[in-house]
Write a protein that binds this ligand. Structure first.
Ligand code: I3S
Length: 167
């Protein structure tokens, strides 16, 4: 069951490695489970995929994980040092990743009608945490140790939600 992503002609696209946990699902509180996820914004959908072997724990997200996860981490480091980078750069990598059966999207959230804000201290002890609430009643925390990475995502997610609101 290979997952095929057609990324051609998609206006809004961004991808990278982020630390993610759900805190609420369908309005119900769930236990935190921080994991390093390959994250793809495509239009108004935000996709998360874990590395090979299921969940990559928070404490191991830099040392452990699969080779593909390591490559993705290196890629996102490289992207930071070279920005702005043409969107085409992330295509072969994540197309290969989703196409190789190593990692299928773990879950997808719809950003339409959602909201994004910086998480308050009581939501997490980590720094640089974004709280994303969807219209469907899912709440996620999204985090990166790297300011520029999380600030870019904050801006992009906010702009995406605002763009839909203005439609
Ligand atoms: O909001 P919480 O319950 O303090 O979240 C922490 C827990 O999920 C913890 O795991 P346990 O459920 O085994 O206690 C995680 O290891 C922590 O990372 C969570 O807190 P942070 O502040 O890192 O989001």
């Amino acid at each position: 069951s290979t997952y095929v992503l057609d990324l051609n002609d998609k206006p809004s696209e961004k991808c990278g490695v982020l630390n993610v946990t759900k805190i609420t699902e369908n309005g119900k509180r769930v236990r935190k489970n921080w994991a390093s996820s390959w994250t793809v914004l495509q239009g108004f959908s935000l996709l998360f995929a874990k590395g090979q072997g299921g969940s990559t724990s928070w404490s191991h997200c830099h040392s452990g994980g699969s080779l593909s996860m390591l490559l993705l981490t290196l890629l996102s480091t490289w992207r930071r040092s070279l920005k702005p980078l043409p969107a085409v750069t992330c295509r072969p990598v994540h197309a290969a990743k989703f196409g190789s059966n190593q990692s299928k999207p773990e879950f997808t959230v719809d950003l339409r009608g959602g909201s994004v804000e910086w998480a308050s201290k009581d939501k997490s002890s980590k720094k640089h945490v974004i709280e994303l609430k969807t219209r469907q009643g899912t709440e996620l925390l999204i985090q990166s140790e790297i300011d520029s990475v999380i600030n870019d995502w904050y801006r992009t997610l906010t702009e995406t939600i605002n763009t839909h609101q203005a439609l």
